[in-house]
Design a protein around this ligand. Sequence first.
Ligand code: ADP
Ligand code: ZN
Ligand code: ZN
Length: 682
Amino acid sequence: MTAPLPGRVAVAVETPRHTSVSGLLDYASEQPLAPGTLVRVPLGKRDVPGLVWERGAETEAPPEVLRPVTVALTALPPLGPDWRALVAFAAAYYQRGLGELALAVLPPELRKLDDTQLARRLKKLAAAPPSPAAPQPPARPELSEEQAAALAVLATPEGRAKPVLLHGVTGSGKTEVYLRAAADALARGQQALVLVPEINLTPQLEARFAERFPGRVLVSLHSALTPAQRLRHWLQAHLGQADLVLGTRLAVFASMPRLGLIVVDEEHDPSFKQQEGARYSARDLAVWRAHHAGVPVLLGSATPSLESWQRVQEGRYRRLPMLQRIGGGAMPRVRLVDMNLLPRGTQERVLAPQLLEAIEKRIAAGEQSLLLLNRRGYAPVLHCGACAWKSGCPHCSAWRVFHKLDRTLKCHHCGYSERVPRACPECGNLDIAPIGRGTEKLQEQLAALLPQARVARLDADTTRAAGSLQQQLAEVHAGEVDVLVGTQMLAKGHDFRRVTLVAAINADGGLFSSDFRAPERLFALLMQAAGRAGRDAEQAARSEMWVQTWSPTHPLFTALRKHDYDSFAAAQLEERQAAGLPPFAHLALLRAEARTAEAATGFLHDAAALIDSAAAGVTVYPPVPPFVAKLADVERMQMLLESPSRAALQRTLAAWLPQLNGLRGAHKGLLRWAVDIDPLAI
Ligand code: ADP
Ligand code: ZN
Ligand code: ZN
């Protein structure tokens, strides 16, 4: 680093890394501006937001040609060195522009304010009345042996030196461990950051933290906040006023000057991976951030990601097991229904007779059942028996889903929606029929099969309106529902006390998918679903998890029956190692979108030709279409890069990606390209 010349500042601006302007730009400023100061600077004919940054070693323009910084938001304390290090690491690792990423992870409201407005906001925050006299926090529960053991490890510096994987079955009391660990951080005068996968889960967790830490300032950060709320919460964290920050993946970038602990709950959850722009993994960044800041990080899960599990095997993470449910309740008994054994002609029925009977028993006993089906709508496709017409989406390579309630055919990929035609649009045949079933149909069939029961449905369609999810959950908790049908949304987190039966109606999709992570996700989902049953210890003995399958001897189900994550993980890791897949290899996916599949493929071929694969130590696979190749009239192709060495892959990407825009001209119809590092779905 060279010493900054007086009157000169380096600024990270919002230009993507692989366009012509990259890196830092120099500007003139009369007042010295500390790194981390938010500014506005001229760029071409526009004024753009930027962040003052440390100067790298790049050549400097002579001061007289520099344009001056337009505005400096000096009222805001500069973003600190730890925050800047995190952003710089993430930008480099995920191959994005520094300024692009830095500004994308700040609250959007921030850039709308001028210095005076900002100063006013900050003054208001500083003057906020002190929190009311703290009510007595509730008595803390006596720790279970496993909780105490985990906390004892976390209490020592050696115990916290490595990332900790809290491997705790559902109901083992992981949250209590988070609460105690947070209490320790707070007692040290530090802030705690708690990440959860779903916005829907934040209110429950927020309530538990708020109850435990009355008088402390707790803020949430997620995309459902209003822009003004998000700014206020972000500022409270940045100013060090908030003691606890609870949020979804974007909260990993919260500026927290007194950070003392990071918790990642349900660390295996795919929602921690951002699926657009800088496709970062908040879980992975949390681990990096904690390590960089020298603070403990706690990853919690009943079914850890195989990445984290492998790191435990390698001794890089420390596993703390919590395998007993609080209160000693057993895990529900797993019952597999072999669909092959059902009498012919009944196989197409929704539920095996024995499952239906089991549900009826629960209803009679005043207990609840949860039925999972991972497909919303009434039926995934409509079909004409006369001419073989199917309800395809004209804009995507996908079927449009039949929604019976509002009589529409909806594309779940691009949103294109039409009223259901009365007759086949091809041949006029009046007899067009749904094929397969979604949650809507399952609910309808159950209502017919169980006329005495209150059957409700919970999925993305029934929870669209604000507050409707909370409302529906409240009804379930109040016992106003006997049978609840829903998508995987149901499996996550909710603490249902009256549920003694959970059933996966059609689990087989994940067994034979082309995505190598599908079994891992299915196993996690089924374990998590099983965890919904029998949360009350006295009911646990009667609780059951049913799985309808055509492949009952599949090893995944054998492990599920025994609630045996360890052997499932061992078998999966063995397969992954043999196949050279993560976590034993590192992947990057180059995606191209174009008007035609040829243009996308041509671009990827030319891009591949730029890599000397043998020298780089990186395997480049041929371009293939993703699962939905055409989406909203755009053709998509993707190309996988794989290397046993993360460093080799990173080096290759860093040298390669800047060259790709030079290829654009040769491929008319290419719309955009993007790279996904450590992709979750391939
Ligand atoms: P997990 O997050 O591991 O699924 P929770 O933290 O939600 O489990 O704990 C399950 C239930 O047990 C909660 O209702 C919680 O309040 C309760 N609980 C947790 N720890 C204890 C304890 N040590 N003693 C009594 N109850 C506890
Ligand atoms: Zn037809
Ligand atoms: Zn579509």
